[in-house]
Design a protein around this ligand. Structure first.
Ligand code: ADP
Ligand code: ASP
Ligand code: MG
Length: 452
């Protein structure tokens, strides 16, 4: 069995939903199909939540009406028969009356916000399933809320998905297509929750891991993982193969095509992940698996909004136990550290979640001197095969960066990553200059990056 996930733009128009039906029925393989919300819906729902929070009822009513009009028009084109359309209308009517009622609750809390934002995926999957039924396909809708669970630390509980989804699959042995929602889940209080923005990729991977799928396919609006951020750099190319480790680094360090945690469950269970383009299904895309081609420098990604913390030991040289105490503080506040650089008496770290920064700073000051933090930093992550006995990789990277001030460098933490911290204002320049120096257009011509 395979798991196929379609993102917001892939389901964002009625004709795209028609193409998805063609794609998922082109072979006879059994599939779990994970859908995102129609593009723009999650943002629109979150905007409604903001208006509900401040009690701006007039604008809220207008926003709801606008989104409703979008769905009313969408289903007119999606369905081909009067019965299909009637089913679609009933779905839209029911979900919009829920949107109406949940946004009228005061005070409008996080619980309501999560119920509201889940409506994007609840709508898209019900509408698509009704379309498949209309077309006579062998399909069934599995509510993700029945098998996706996060724990008190917001970590997905894979064993729960394995068990609950396994039982649901056993009850429907005859169905070829199982449709479900990306992004949404329950939390330990039984409430509706989610896997954070872009979380449908993560859903697909968790399902793929849980059922030990043959393959997980992430269908989106681009022909695979590119060697650099195509929103910022002009000459980028799709990469044909990546290892789990390389893809995980790129996703974690900002390649928006994948939710940062997507690769973890797939890697855990050894399930290959293929990135495909809904608009260009014949393109090779990217295959993420245990092994990949030997190319040295593969790709670059960037993560914004980073805070750098500079910590000096108040004791002088040979201060053993210092690093342990530093990291215990971050552990206590459940704040992951992304980059670390050290000298004998100092350590610099970066975090991307500054929620507990004040408390962390106060505790560190009990045993260390702190310089002022630097905010709005960007981590630039260069990924590839950098085995320790290969010379010259760091030189190539630093040579490319020679006109850009560098705050931190980390190399040697793994064999596939060089990480550099720069002020956010240099991000675009750094990505472009690295692209020019580290990748050549001829590589694409030689077929290293492009489809056969
Ligand atoms: P979906 O809605 O299908 O989940 P996303 O918008 O989340 O799609 O992800 C696809 C987008 O990711 C692309 O359109 C592209 O602009 C962006 N992106 C950023 N970095 C990369 C990269 N390295 N390779 C490919 N796409 C990238
Ligand atoms: N719809 C959610 C979002 O926009 C999840 C996703 O698209 O992956 O963040
Ligand atoms: Mg996405």
């Amino acid at each position: 069995m395979q798991v196929w996930k379609f993102g917001g733009t892939s389901v964002g128009k009625p004709e795209r939903m028609h193409s998805i039906r063609n794609l998922i029925t082109a072979d006879n393989g059994k599939k779990i199909v994970v859908l995102s919300a129609l593009s723009g819906s999650t943002n629109a729902l979150l905007a409604m939540g903001e208006l509900a929070k401040v009690g701006n009822d007039e604008e809220l009513a207008q926003k709801i009406a606008e989104l409703r009009a979008h769905y009313d028009a969408f289903i007119q084109e999606l369905y081909q028969t009067p019965e299909g359309l009637a089913n679609g209308q009933a779905i839209v009517e029911k979900e919009f009356s829920f949107i109406q009622s949940v946004t009228s609750i005061r005070p409008f809390t996080l619980k309501q916000e999560k119920e509201l934002v889940a409506e994007g995926e609840i709508l898209s999957t019900q509408m698509f399933e009704a379309y498949l039924q209309e077309q006579g396909e062998s399909s069934v809708l599995f509510p993700a809320l029945d098998f996706m669970l996060i724990d008190a630390d917001n970590e997905p509980v894979l064993s729960h998905t394995e068990e609950a989804l396994g039982q649901m699959l056993d009850q429907h042995p005859d169905k070829q297509l199982i449709i479900t929602q990306g992004f949404i889940c329950r939390n330990p209080r039984g409430e509706i929750d989610n896997l954070k923005r872009g979380g449908s990729d993560y859903t697909a991977s968790l399902i793929g891991g849980a059922i030990r799928a043959d393959e997980i396919q992430i269908w989106t609006d681009i022909d695979g993982m590119h060697n650099n951020d195509p929103r910022i750099v002009k000459k980028t190319f799709p990469i044909r193969e990546l290892t789990f480790e390389e893809a995980a680094e790129l996703a974690y360090f900002g390649a928006k095509i994948l939710h940062p945690s997507t690769i973890t469950p797939a890697k855990l269970r050894g399930v290959p992940v293929r990135l495909k383009n809904t608009m260009e299904p014949a393109a090779f895309g990217t295959l993420i698996a245990t092994k990949s081609s030997e190319r040295e420098i593969k790709a670059i990604a960037a993560k914004d909004g980073i805070t750098a913390i500079y910590i000096h030991s108040t004791r002088m040289l040979n201060a053993y136990g210092f690093l342990r105490r530093v990291f215990e503080v971050f552990e206590k506040y459940k704040t992951p550290v992304d980059m670390i650089t050290t000298s004998e008496v100092s350590v610099s770290v970066t975090i991307d979640n500054p929620e507990n920064l004040e408390k962390i700073t106060a505790e560190l000051k009990q045993f260390a001197d702190l310089e002022d933090h630097d905010y709005n930093q960007t981590i630039i992550c260069i990924v590839g095969n950098f085995s320790a006995d290969k010379e010259g990789v760091a030189l190539k990277v630093l040579e490319a960066m020679k006109n850009i001030p560098i705050r931190m460098i980390s190399y040697g933490g793994s064999e596939h990553n060089i990480t550099i911290l720069v002020d956010g204002k240099y991000k675009n320049e750094a990505l472009n200059v690295l692209n020019e120096r580290l990748f050549h257009y001829e590589d694409a011509m030689k077929g290293i990056f492009t489809a056969p």
